[in-house]
Ligand binder design. Structure first.
Ligand code: PLP
Length: 403
């Protein structure tokens, strides 16, 4: 793997430098198509989870391809509007944010998704005409010993399914306009059958809300990180869930929209992170490949142990050796341990895969380093879509006080 759409990674490095994020628009489109083709329902709504990758060019392409936007902050809403999304195409799913921010979102006209009973009550009494979606935590334990953690009992997300009687009383008393139900658990869907069972809990709750327009199943679509890795069988999920959803709609008496809000599934595999090897450092036990990046640019391996496969694209056919690939930050920032990679020499360019989701969007200026540039490959052309930072960026908001 050394090029995208005929454009070589090494050429891109020559032109834009390292470290560099590169995204393949074809892969994002492929994933959108795959999801659309997997489901057989009258109205499928795909809302891209903006927090995974927030470059405005990518948001624009996704909108062209028919996606809406899933946002978790007022800033993500503003970004979405900037990218051309209509307010009605944006869902806002805040957690533990102040009510003032939620009011701003309501005034902008986006679909709000509430996961807190007091907030529901506040909105109901102050904005009686606003249509509200409710985020439910189903706490599902499905199938024998097979435990799927569709929302732990101690999770801060969602309104507990056990509090539905209270919610219903509130809805009736305040005549709330509940137009959607939602769940997003953050856990991976590895067994579509079990997930479909879990969705019955949402259908059960839905029977009590007569004015629904949509049911939002969140995300949890897992992508492969290495060869033979487990991932969500989206086609099987589409078959099973479409069937139970269509049956539910028939019983409910109306065609509802089925929503998903994937981040990783749409963009993870589209991204590549290119770094340059600064040093090869042999200790008595380990060979370290030290690169010109660190947890400031790609924190997932250190933050939650994610796996990124790494190739040496400067020496693809070299003899594999075992490396710890580490960053240049003054903390332990290990990207990969005991990894077999074609022999690495100082100056070699390494390519990290699955660098599309939660990579650039989680980057920082730690150690006062500049954030990388981003390049998008679309229709066999490369576009610089974010420039590398400079000293101006580090100094921008610093005020020289008269001390
Ligand atoms: C993060 C998030 C998503 C996206 O999750 P992925 O695992 O990236 O698909 C969807 N919905 C909500 C509410 C989220 O917080």
């Amino acid at each position: 793997m050394n090029s995208i759409q005929g454009i070589s990674f090494l050429d891109l490095v020559d032109r834009y430098g390292t470290p560099l994020y590169v995204y393949d628009a074809d892969i994002i489109k492929r994933q959108v198509d795959r999801l659309n083709n997997a489901f057989h329902v009258p109205h499928l709504g795909i809302h891209f989870a903006c927090k995974a990758l927030n470059n405005i060019n990518i948001l624009k392409l996704l909108r062209e391809w028919g996606c809406g936007l899933d946002t978790v902050s007022i800033q993500e809403i503003w970004l979405g509007l900037e990218a051309g999304y209509k307010a009605s195409e944006i869902i806002y799913t805040p957690n533990c944010v102040g009510v003032d921010e939620i009011e701003m979102a309501i005034k902008l006209g986006v679909q709000v998704n509430i996961d807190h009973i007091e907030t529901l009550e506040y909105i109901g009494s102050h904005y009686p005409d606003t249509k509200i979606c409710i985020r439910i935590n189903p706490h599902v334990m499905a199938g024998g010993n097979e435990k799927i953690s569709v929302g732990h009992i101690d999770s801060k997300f969602g309104i507990s399914i056990y509090q539905m009687p209270l919610v219903l009383r509130l809805v009736q008393a305040l005549k709330l306009k509940i137009n959607g139900l939602h769940m997003h658990t953050g856990s991976d869907i590895l067994d579509p059958g079990v997930f479909t069972l879990a969705s019955e809990i949402l259908f059960d709750a839905a029977r009590k809300f007569p004015d629904l327009e949509f049911i939002d199943f969140g995300s949890g679509l897992k992508v492969p990180y290495k060869v033979d890795d487990v991932s969500t069988d989206v086609e099987e999920l589409g078959e099973l869930l479409s069937k139970s959803f269509n049956e539910f709609c028939k019983e409910y008496g109306r065609e509802l929209k089925l929503y998903f809000e994937p981040g990783k599934f749409l963009v993870s595999q589209s991204g590549y992170f290119l770094v340059k090897t600064n040093v090869i450092k042999q200790t008595p036990s380990t060979v370290f490949a030290g690169v010109d990046s660190g947890l400031n640019h790609l924190i997932r391996p250190m933050f939650y142990g994610s796996y990124h496969s790494i190739e040496n694209i400067s020496n693809e056919t070299g003899r594999p050796r075992i490396y710890n690939v580490v960053g240049y930050i003054c903390e332990t920032d290990t990207f990969a341990s005991n990894r077999a990679i074609s022999e690495i020499h100082p100056g070699d360019i390494l390519c990290f895969k699955n660098a599309g989701a939660y990579c650039y969007s989680m980057s920082s200026n730690y150690n006062s380093r500049f954030r990388p540039a981003e390049v998008l490959i679309h229709n066999s052309k490369d576009y610089l879509i974010r420039k590398r930072e400079t000293m101006d960026d580090l100094l921008r908001n610093q005020i020289i006080a008269d001390l």
